[in-house]
Design a protein around this ligand. Structure first.
Ligand code: RB5
Length: 147
């Protein structure tokens, strides 16, 4: 696993993308930014597709997608084969997204008032370890649903 993260966002989450990117760089990661950097309206499924396609091309640690709520772009990301994208609501859920679900993408909402900082949520995910065992069996059952 590399030390680069791919990130994409729509117009509803430019500041969120920037905050997460700055945090990743401070932690020593490189970031491939495929999102918009101004308020120009774009379609979040296109942003999800760009990030997820790029994820499988490179040696990425994981990916991040952001839109106004995080809902639409996480739904879109999860339509792409091989992607498991979580939309954590707090630090605990972000940690569980790695420990139990071993997700390869996180989603955040730029227009959501989170109870804890999104950088702390990102840290919780990055600092956690997948627990394997029964959770690996369950993750495999998720992937088997792709058919
Ligand atoms: C865009 O207006 C908005 O719908 C999008 O950012 C996201 O919230 C969709 O789920």
């Amino acid at each position: 696993m590399g030390n680069t993260v791919v990130i994409a966002n729509d117009h509803g989450a430019v500041h969120t993308k920037n905050e997460l990117t700055a945090h990743l760089i401070a932690r020593g990661y490189q970031v491939t930014n495929l999102g918009v950097d101004d308020p120009t309206s774009v379609d979040y499924p296109d942003m999800a597709a760009a990030a997820c396609t790029e994820f499988f091309k490179g040696d990425y640690a994981f990916g991040i997608v952001c839109c106004g709520t995080g809902i639409g772009i996480s739904i879109a990301a999860n339509k792409i084969e091989g992607i498991r994208c979580a939309l954590p609501q707090n630090i605990f859920a972000a940690r569980m997204a790695k420990e139990h679900n071993n997700v390869n993408f996180l989603a955040f909402g730029g227009r959501i008032d989170y109870p804890e900082s999104i950088t702390a949520m990102l840290d919780a995910y990055m600092d956690a370890e997948f627990q394997g065992g029964r959770h690996a069996d369950r993750v495999q059952k998720i992937m088997d649903l792709e058919g």
